[in-house]
Design a protein around this ligand. Structure first.
Ligand code: GDP
Ligand code: MG
Length: 655
């Protein structure tokens, strides 16, 4: 049975989908074709011979506008089947969008439908339309491709855009024509709003492109027929080298599902509110505003680069606010001058886009300037703080200085805010505060520490001097005075620390104060102990003990040298002096009061050395071994002195 030459509306003039498509599929014997069928559609301006071409190519019977009457054919998307091949052919009938704005909606939706459902889309155009943005379907393609990408990119389908150039004369090579079209397409594609993730996609990621020229149907009818015949082979003969239906184009929908599938696509297109397709005017505005933005951005970007090159890292750019303002004003003026003439909504929308990119570019400088300023403010704060007088509450002076710096930062940030742009300077202020606060703390700590060091040095020098003097001529109560002096000095110093502390430190940190006092005590005890040990080296000790012995033995209480007349007195004085000197060794061996009290250290000796378990261990200068060896040595020296005296006594008596 020869299938009937049926032609039906798959979508009618009221935009409703034909529920009888399954029946149509049966009538054209495709219901059981499985995957063994193809879909082709045609796009293009009105009256460019689309229906004529389809009819001759596929043996279909789409309505052709009568050359004489120029009457309108019925609107809708028409569906038919190729005469001798399992090819479903779709023809779109509409009014010309350029003449009747209200029908653009249908024109675009049907174009979108064709692209979404067909393996091959014939884009029909006159040769003289090539390269004309307005006249060459590019405007239509831009919108349709944009929405197509939005709605259907997830399907990851490919199809062929087969451009057919009508009334092709042949003076311009097909190669040149196709280059022109390709360039236009690339431009269209790059200006599309793309879904996230597809920003850098290319048109060839989704479409293959084909180009064919057809001679004038009426003036060169034979050539036209031949060209159509050879084009037909490419559609019908799957052995043909340039067979158009690449398997990758097939939507993999079995023929019995075709109706449901295409209906769903139509509904998606129809129901998608986002689709709100723009009018011709808006499209033009979009296109031109994009171009104007690109033009305006060019000198702006140059100015940014120049500014960038002058912006040495860490430096503050003196006239930055003025320059940024100038750059901003200029780019906006450039845009406004040309773009204002176009559709207002689009003009405003694109202006926001421009503002966003200008904002991003200028923000870099805002950020760099404030960072540089922060560094400068912190370092100048440090310098000022170093020179603060130490007798005034340091913290208060610092707080005033910090406030000044913050105000300066705020003013700078304010001066950099250009009309319409509201940058957040809070984070910069916060960071500055933190930096200043921590610099202030470190200056405070350092100041306090150096004060304390100064005090410690004074104390140590003073105590060391007293120690030297006292130990040069030690007596049995030698430690009493030295300990009193040390403790008095310690007390004075720690009182001073307590007084200074709140000037430099947060008075809410009493533990810190205690730790400074504690360390001070510890350090001064260690220094004291060290100086004592130094003054009691073996040589010095022997020398001083000998001196002590001699003084008690040979001189009377008035400091006059004794003249021993009797041997008995000599022996008694000798024994007394030895006893006293040995007693002195005992006294010197450990730092404590003459009444036996151990001085209050005010710290735990374990902190000085973990091997100490009592203060006495720390305060002991001569251990038992040294005491005994020192005593033996002293005895020996004393004996020699005694013998010397004895000898001179005997010699005077015998004389
Ligand atoms: P459609 O609106 O794009 O489908 O165009 P039609 O197929 O209805 O044809 C519109 C008019 O163009 C008719 O009068 C055709 O005779 C005429 N026509 C068809 N093919 C050609 C062609 O190749 N060249 C020229 N110049 N006219 C053609
Ligand atoms: Mg037609």
């Amino acid at each position: 049975m020869v299938p009937q030459r049926i032609c039906t509306q798959i979508v009618d003039e009221n935009k409703s989908f034909n529920k009888d498509i399954p029946q149509f599929m049966r009538q054209v014997n495709l219901a059981d074709a499985g995957f063994n069928y193809h879909v082709v559609a045609v796009l293009g301006s009105q009256s460019t011979g689309k229906s004529t071409l389809l009819n001759q190519l596929f043996g279909t019977t789409f309505d052709v506008m009568d050359a004489g009457k120029r009457q309108q054919t019925t609107k809708g998307i028409w569906l038919s089947k190729a005469q001798e091949s399992p090819i479903l052919v779709m023809d779109v009938e509409g009014t010309d969008g350029r003449e009747r704005g209200d029908d653009q909606d249908f024109e675009r939706k049907s174009a979108l439908f064709s692209i979404a459902t067909s393996e091959v889309i014939i884009v029909n155009m006159w040769e003289h339309q090539v390269g004309l943005y307005q006249g060459s379907n590019m405007v239509l393609l831009k919108t349709v491709l944009e929405v197509h990408l939005q709605l259907f990119h997830a399907k990851k389908e490919r199809s062929l855009l087969q451009f057919v150039i009508r009334d092709y004369i042949g003076t311009t090579s097909m190669e040149n024509l196709s280059e022109t079209i390709k360039t236009d397409l690339m431009n269209v594609w790059s200006s599309l709003a793309k879904p996230p993730g597809l920003e850098s996609s290319k048109i060839t990621d989704f479409f293959d492109l084909g180009f064919t020229g057809l001679p004038h149907k009426i003036l060169c009818s034979e050539a036209f027929d031949t060209a159509v015949d050879s084009l037909r082979t490419r559609f019908a003969n799957n052995d043909a080298p340039d067979y158009v239906f690449d398997p990758s184009y097939h939507k993999r929908i079995p023929a019995d599902g075709f109706s449901l599938y295409t209906r769903e696509i139509w509904e998606t297109i129809e129901n998608n509110k986002d689709l709100d397709l723009p009018t011709q005017q808006q499209l033009l505005a979009q296109y031109r505003c994009d171009e104007i933005i690109a033009e305006a951005m060019e000198p702006f970007t140059k100015a940014c680069n120049i500014l960038q090159s002058e912006f040495l890292p860490g430096n503050i750019c003196e006239n930055l606010p003025i320059r940024m303002q100038e750059m901003f004003d200029q780019v906006m003026k450039d845009y406004d001058r040309q773009a204002k003439r176009y559709n207002n909504a689009i003009y405003e929308k694109k202006k926001q886009e421009l503002l966003r990119s200008v904002d991003t570019s200028l923000y870099v400088f805002f950020q760099a300037q404030l960072n540089a300023l922060q560094k400068e403010l912190v370092s100048s704060f440090m310098k000022t703080a170093e020179n603060f007088p130490c007798n005034r509450p340091f913290k208060e002076l610092a707080a005033k200085e910090i406030e000044k710096s913050k105000t300066r930062m705020q003013e700078e940030a304010q001066s950099l805010m250009i009309a319409n742009i509201d940058w957040d300077s809070k984070q910069f202020l916060l960071k500055l505060s933190e930096e200043l606060e921590s610099s202030c703390n470190s200056v405070c700590k350092q100041k306090l520490s150096s004060k304390i060091t100064e005090m410690r040095t004074t104390l140590e020098t003073r105590v060391a001097e007293s120690l030297e003097i006292a130990l040069q001529k030690p007596n049995l109560k030698v430690w009493d005075g030295l300990l009193d002096e040390l403790l008095t000095n310690q007390k004075q110093a720690t009182d001073e620390i307590t007084r200074l502390f709140p000037l430099f430190m947060d008075s809410t940190e009493p533990e810190l104060n205690q730790s400074y006092i504690h360390d001070f005590k510890k350090d001064s005890w260690i220094a004291f102990r060290k100086k004592v040990a130094l003054e009691m080296s073996d040589v010095l000790l022997q020398q001083r003990l000998r001196m002590f012995f001699e003084e008690t033995f040979r001189y009377d209480s008035d400091g006059m040298p004794k003249l021993f007349k009797k041997s008995g007195t000599l022996d008694r004085d000798y024994r007394d002096s030895v006893t006293k000197t040995l007693e002195l060794i005992q006294v010197l061996s450990c730092i404590k009061y003459s009444d036996g009290r151990i001085p209050e250290l005010g710290i735990d000796v374990k902190e000085i050395d973990s091997s100490f378990s009592t203060p006495t261990e720390f305060l002991t200068i001569l251990n038992r071994k040294r005491v005994s060896s020192t005593s033996v040595n002293l005895k020996r020296t004393a004996d020699l002195i005694y013998l010397d005296c004895k000898r001179s006594l005997v010699s005077t008596q015998t004389r």
